[in-house]
Design a protein around this ligand. Structure first.
Ligand SMILES: CSC[C@H]1O[C@H](OP(=O)(O)O)[C@H](O)[C@@H]1O
Ligand code: ADE
Length: 816
């Protein structure tokens, strides 16, 4: 195809940014170009259209090569004909545009580096962020921001009869191997052209290439998806079979690409309220999407092993929630996960769980989705007529939209539009320090691929939803523990069971242990997720949804990330009351809290584990530290022994054994004193020295008010302090920095997980059978401790306050 000269081609300008960690972000003047498929093509020497309506002119285009030689692509009137406008750093795409020469539906543009070349993005070890406004995108209309493996010059140099090139938007390909591409490999795709709509048809050939969808979405649903292809570079598939046209099992998977792709759709993964109008990501308003391409080596030349996405809105970082893949119950499979990013393991599990053909793996997984060679950035809006409709995005299991057909979408939603803006590309974390933190220090920790990569520990779960008879039996058995009924009031147990039932949709799950993960510890190993729950307590929501998980034995524990998934709560802002109240409401009796701490003693070297027995409070009174605060009820909990002595004592030998078994030589210390400071800045050298003089052995920012609140809620509480640094008291050493802490965080988190995997079953058993076992009183110590701490009832006490307190202390305040 040739280049026309009748209508000047003026690429709408747009500013993007390139960001580095060292230098910040630099503005770049770029532009967008309309895909050639949308353009008017006419005879080189006249005005006869080569393609009109939905067919080729047989005279001008009797066969593919002559068609390309005879036809010229024209410049585009971006705004009037196609509804494409740019302004500063934003591009707006309108869905339907009634223009001078008819009605245009949908569009596709590519980001240009210069007038004749697409911008090429090398993705490994990089991230891309952009803002998007999908508020005007209803069901059935999908906006896309994605990367495809097109040639930088649009095929101009590679194909003799392509003289238009990237300047006219040629060379498109994607993983659907679309056969509606009119200009392909320097030829018209005229052979076997069969119309399928008033304007479009399909030719014999299709244009395949690897595709990475960083965002396909509308106001109701959104996905990120990896679509590998076995071939690298754009590839012309030869016929409807090779192009995978037939939607039956025989042919659909014979083409070189994974058309289904491996998607991450939070709705499909059981988080229907995460994304949507009024959702956690509120699609009524603009938000930011960041996608990181994490390599195995942490270097640009490594292999991409994980694709992580997160959101930001109103300055709040919103990590993608941990999600389990829950296959249909009749499949008999347990749940898979948890996952919060795209990895090869996640993709294999996804396909297995939903009974899909594992094309993702067949055609090469992530290795064949993102290669080092670079990608072109596409932005689009459509009702995906080519794939019949966009229900793969937003309807059925994929989103809340009702079934629809693409024609109606066009008629009913002509004013749909999307605005993409503020596109930033660069080094991981260069756009956002928070994300850098995770990429550098905790990506491994949050990455299920790497968890799975540790091999044997990641077991396929025994889900409650698989109606596993043994698990069921155990639950029934647990319903009758005499000791519990003795120790805790039946009314309270019923209340907790009720809440659990409401939250989990299952009867009487016993969850006696709550684990709090601190910095670096955002999940446990060797557990299967039963359910994520997010109880709203009278003190608000916990730091993040609580994950109820099952040990391989079937024992359930509750896990909570203190700083939230994505580490979004600073130590002073951790909603400790909601955290403890939420645990209590689930029936938890004992809390094992992990914390990254600084060491104030030479012998407690970074990497050591400590079970402290005392606390010095250096918080500044800004953290609500009592459930009674702000109520008309006064209580004074005993706190002379801030940790549960018996629980700590029980832990000593078990943790020691677990550390010995791990074999990394991690030392355990007991009987130490921890200073809890306000933060978020670390201590001065003088303060650090002073804490030593006071008798402090460790320092953190988190144990208070957590321990106080656990005591008020009558929960046993022990801290497993994991030393990350030597604070700032050593005269010859550097003062502590976050970077210093990060260095040890990973190893400590691994060991913490090992400790949990080793001791939780026994702890559960000890607690569960406490009346009969030699550890009989692990729990009894705290139970009843508030009885005489609460000032006697008076007429001045507000009944609503009593009701509120019943949430954590139903023993004393409920049933009034
Ligand atoms: C990341 S350095 C300081 C931070 O780490 C500790 O958190 P956590 O106790 O939740 O492990 C420390 O208390 C500070 O909050
Ligand atoms: N040195 C330190 N001070 C306070 N909190 C910490 N958490 C980890 N190291 C710390």
């Amino acid at each position: 195809q040739q280049s026309g000269t009748l209508i000047p081609e003026f690429h709408p300008p747009i500013t993007t940014k390139y960001c580095t960690n060292a230098g910040g972000c630099t503005a770049q003047s770029r532009s967008v170009v309309l895909d050639s498929n949308w353009r008017w093509a006419h005879t080189v020497s006249g005005f006869t259209s080569c393609y009109a309506g939905n067919t080729w002119d047989a005279t001008v285009c009797p066969e593919p090569v002559m068609c390309a030689q005879n036809c010229a692509l024209e410049g585009a009137d971006y705004a009037a004909t196609y509804g494409i406008t740019t302004s500063s750093d934003a591009v707006r795409l309108n869905f339907v545009t009634v223009g001078p020469s008819g009605t245009n539906v949908g569009s596709r543009v590519f980001l240009m580096a210069d007038a004749n070349h697409y911008q090429i993005f090398k993705l490994p070890n990089k991230e891309i962020s952009f803002d998007v406004d999908v508020s005007e995108l209803p069901c059935g209309v999908v906006a896309g921001m994605y990367f495809v493996d097109m040639q930088a010059d649009g095929g101009l140099s590679g194909f003799a009869d392509n003289n238009a090139g990237a300047r006219f938007g040629t060379g498109y390909c994607d993983s659907q191997c679309p056969r509606n591409v009119k200009w392909l490999n320097g030829e018209g795709n005229t052979l076997g052209w069969t119309p399928y709509s008033e304007t479009d048809g399909k030719g014999r050939y299709g244009s395949c290439c690897q595709e990475m969808d960083i965002f396909q979405g509308n106001a109701y649903s959104s996905i990120g998806a990896a679509h590998p292809c076995s071939s690298s570079n754009q590839y012309r598939c030869q016929d409807e079979i090779e192009c995978g046209e037939r939607y039956d099992y025989t042919y659909a998977y014979e083409n070189p690409c994974d058309k289904d792709g491996c998607e991450f759709n939070t709705y499909r993964l059981g988080n229907p309220s995460f994304f949507g109008p009024g959702g956690t990501v509120d699609t009524n308003h603009k938000f930011t999407v960041t996608t990181q391409f994490i390599t195995d080596t942490g270097e640009d030349d490594g292999d991409v092993v994980e694709i992580r996405r997160s959101y930001k809105q109103n300055d709040n970082d919103i990590p993608v929630p941990f999600s389990s893949i829950v296959p249909p119950p009749e499949s008999g499979m347990g749940t898979f996960g948890p996952y919060e990013s795209i990895t090869n393991n996640y993709c294999a599990d996804l396909k297995q769980a939903f009974g899909e053909v594992p094309a993702f793996t067949y055609v090469g997984g992530l290795d064949n989705t993102i290669t080092p060679s670079g990608r072109v950035l596409v932005m689009s809006i459509s009702n995906d007529y080519y794939n019949r409709d966009a229900t793969w995005l937003d309807s059925g299991a994929h989103g809340p939209c009702p079934a629809y057909n693409a024609d109606d979408v066009e008629l009913e939603s002509p004013s749909a539009r999307v605005v993409f803006s503020n596109i930033r590309f660069g080094e991981i974390g260069s756009d956002d320090e928070q994300l850098k933190f995770f990429a550098l220090s905790a990506a491994d920790d949050l990455s299920p691929s790497i968890v799975a990569g540790r091999g044997d520990q990641w077991e396929l779960p025994t889900s409650l939803f698989t109606s596993n008879k043994r698990a069921r039996h155990e639950e029934e058995h647990h319903q009758q523990p005499q000791s519990h009924q003795d120790v805790f009031g039946i009314r309270e147990r019923q209340a907790n069971a009720h809440r659990l039932h409401d939250l989990l949709g299952i009867d009487m799950v016993i969850v006696l242990i709550g684990v709090i993960g601190g910095s670096g510890l955002y999940h446990l190993d060797n557990l299967s997720i039963v359910k994520e729950v997010n109880p709203e307590t009278p003190w608000g929501f916990p730091s993040s949804p609580i994950i109820i998980c099952a040990l391989p034995s079937g024992t359930k524990v509750a896990f909570l990330a203190r700083h939230g998934q994505g580490h979004i709560h600073a130590p002073s802002a951790v909603p400790a009351r909601a955290n403890i109240a939420a645990f209590k409401s689930l029936g938890v009796r004992a809390i094992l809290a992990f914390s990254a701490v600084g060491s104030l003693r030479e012998e407690i070297s970074p990497g050591s584990f400590v079970l402290p027995s005392q606390i010095i409070d250096r918080t500044k009174g800004v953290r609500p530290a009592s459930f009674f605060e702000g109520t008309s009820i006064v209580a004074h909990a005993a706190f002379g022994d801030p940790f549960s002595n018996k629980l700590v004592h029980w832990l000593e030998s078990r943790v020691q054994k677990a550390l010995d078994a791990e074999g990394r030589g991690v030392q355990l210390f007991t009987g130490k004193t921890i200073v809890c400071m306000e933060g978020p800045q670390f201590s001065t050298r003088a303060e650090s020295v002073m804490y030593r003089q006071w008798g402090g052995d460790l320092i953190n920012m988190s144990v208070l008010p957590e321990a106080k609140l656990a005591r008020e809620a009558e929960l046993s509480y022990a801290l497993v302090a994991t030393a990350t640094d030597y604070d700032s008291w050593r005269p010859q050493s550097e003062a502590v920095t976050a970077m210093e802490v990060f260095k040890t965080l990973q190893a400590n988190a691994d060991t913490s997980r090992h400790v949990c995997a080793t001791i939780l079953d026994e702890l559960h058993e000890a607690i569960d059978n406490n009346a009969a076992s030699e550890d009989a009183d692990i729990l009894c110590e705290e139970v009843g401790s508030m009885k005489f701490s609460i000032m006697p009832r008076s007429a001045k006490q507000n009944p609503q306050d009593r009701e509120k307190l019943a949430y954590v202390l139903p023993e004393y305040f409920s049933g009034e």
